[in-house]
Write a protein of this length. Structure first.
Length: 233
């Protein structure tokens, strides 16, 4: 497989396995705002990207190189390595990230050196990726409670330890049980909720979606500012 060299200022990763997902819709909203800020972007939809999960073979511990030759090593890693910022978007499954996002995170095993001595194991980041600030996006069907606490802790720790950056913003997109619902018009929302005898909550969901879109654009502005500040230092 030939290495793809298309690079960008910001890499966006949509981790939902569902076609036309809200995670991808959210990435498109952020992406459009970043483009308005004159930043180049590249979006990876993991549901459409052929890559394997970590094999646990540990051969990367000494070589620092994953033995798998797939889209992750040939496309995703080169893009992330050269990027100045990252957007990670995932649906919430049972209070945590979905399996695609977990598989994505696990493939960064080669970026961690593990030393085993006595009763202790020491994990040391290789610090080869530079410093990358990030925006985190969590999509959940539940319109009221926040179910992303575990997922938020996982991704924040990952950004700090592996990307050596900070989380500029995290956005919780609530009340999006249907694929692409975040991008629906008011009319589309009304039609679907009426079919489910939920016409009384149309206004609530419309406001939730509007607020989420505004937060995503604001998060994009924050990431753009962080990227541009990094370029100046």
């Amino acid at each position: 497989m030939a290495t793809i060299t298309e690079m960008a200022d910001v890499v966006l990763v949509a981790a939902s396995p569902r076609k036309g997902s809200n995670s991808k819709t959210a990435c498109h909203i952020v992406r459009e705002r970043l483009r308005q800020q004159r930043l180049s972007t590249r979006l990876f939809d993991l549901a459409e990207t052929r890559f394997g999960g970590c094999l646990g073979c540990l051969r990367c511990n000494q070589s620092g190189i994953c033995v798998q030759n797939d889209a992750f090593t040939e496309e995703i890693m080169p893009a992330i390595r050269s990027a100045k910022g990252v957007v990670l978007a995932t649906p919430i499954y049972f209070g945590d990230v979905c399996w695609l996002m977990k598989a994505f995170l696990d493939r960064f095993r080669a970026e961690i050196y593990v030393e085993m001595g006595g009763e202790h194991i020491t994990c040391t980041p290789r610090k080869r990726l530079g410093s990358k600030d990030a925006v985190l996006v969590f999509c959940q069907g539940e319109p009221s409670d926040d179910h992303a606490a575990v997922a938020r802790q996982l991704l924040r720790g990952f950004v700090e330890k592996v990307f050596h950056g900070r989380v500029v913003a995290d956005v919780l997109v609530r009340g999006v049980a249907f694929a692409g619902q975040l991008g629906w018009s008011r009319r589309q929302l009304e039609v679907v909720l009426r079919r489910l005898s939920l016409k009384d909550v149309v206004e609530k969901f419309a406001l939730l979606h509007k607020a989420a879109r505004e937060k995503l654009r604001s998060a994009a502005d924050g990431l753009a500012a962080a990227v541009k500040k990094g370029e100046q230092t």
